[in-house]
Write a protein that binds this ligand. Structure first.
Ligand code: SF4
Length: 306
């Protein structure tokens, strides 16, 4: 298992693990000090939305009635909520809730908001798929439908790093572009990505796993709230070329981050993002009440337990 100076921390890397290094202190608190993040309704609701749309895709686009959508959504969301409550011991009433307060939703995007919106997100996804028949889920050379496609690869040039692991939401083929492969990421929150790094990372993983002839040339973001593909850049392109971010560039990024992680030094990068950081209660920079217990830079780190 790859080691860092602070002990065996990771047996694999993922896109989200690398992104935590945007604030290395957050990485330290989550991956080294093992601070449990407070569950968030957005995280659990988003997971349920992925599962609901995946189920519809895997059942080969059935013609569900409103009652069908509500029933499937209730079952999936209820299961995700119960699993998270059981695994964390934190009741749903104490989870972090995001979104804006409104007359209709005074408690922001809480469980009842997700119960109402989840079937609508599912129906909107089905409507989008149905109105874009030229985009269909790819089937890998192994015969696996590329939906929540699990990948574990050693990127070329990253031999000293742990393997990179990820689940690609969907890889689609575009019949209007000669069957070109498109990496599609589904987002059900209000924040959209500002760059192509995640899509290009998944394209590099698909290429490494299946070979260069299967490298997705394009990437796209589906916004579950808008019910359509959403462009990132001003040119308005919904299907965005990934050719300028080849696997060598992604490998270099992963290797650079692994080198940083391996130093075992994780300086804080405080900022506005601290207000939604899920380990802020354990961070000295956010005046976290548990910082003395978890944050090694706290002046009284673990002194009360010595
Ligand atoms: S609260 Fe801010 S500084 Fe602390 S870990 Fe989170 S993002 Fe980093």
């Amino acid at each position: 298992m790859p080691l860092t100076p602070r002990g065996p921390v990771l047996d694999h890397l993922s896109y989200s693990t690398i992104e935590k290094m945007a604030c290395p202190k957050k990485f330290e608190l989550q991956k080294v000090a093992k601070v449990e993040s407070q569950p968030s309704m957005a995280g659990v609701g988003g997971k349920a939305a992925h599962s609901l749309t995946e189920e519809w895709d895997r059942q080969d686009c059935p013609d569900w009635s409103d009652e069908d959508w509500t029933g499937h959504a209730e079952m999936i969301l209820g299961g995700e909520v119960a699993d998270t409550q059981n695994s964390t011991g934190v009741p749903v009433e104490q989870w972090r809730v995001s979104g804006r307060e409104s007359k209709a939703w005074p408690n922001k995007e809480d469980l009842s908001w997700w119960e109402h919106h989840l079937p609508l997100f599912g129906k909107a996804y089905a409507a989008w798929r149905t109105s874009h028949p030229h985009l269909t889920p790819w089937v890998t050379p192994d015969g696996e439908p590329a939906r929540e496609l699990a990948l574990r690869v050693q990127l070329p040039g990253c031999e000293s790093c742990p393997p990179l692991v990820g689940y690609v939401d969907v890889v689609m083929t575009d019949a209007t572009r000669g069957g070109a492969l498109v990496v599609l990421d589904l987002k059900f929150g209000s924040m959209m990505p500002e760059d192509l790094v995640q899509l290009a990372t998944y394209a590099a993983m698909v290429e490494t796993r299946y070979g260069p002839e299967y490298r997705p040339a394009l990437g796209a973001i589906y916004s579950g709230r808008k019910g359509r593909l959403t462009p990132i850049f001003k040119d308005g392109a919904e299907l965005m070329p990934l050719g300028h971010l080849p696997t060598s560039v992604i490998s270099g990024r992963v290797a650079d981050y692994w080198a940083l992680i391996s130093t075992g030094r994780y300086p804080a990068r405080p900022g506005r993002h601290c207000s939604w950081c899920d380990v802020r209660s354990a961070c000295v920079w956010a005046k976290g009440p548990q910082a003395w217990l978890y944050d090694s830079s706290h002046p009284f780190y673990r002194k009360e337990t010595a």
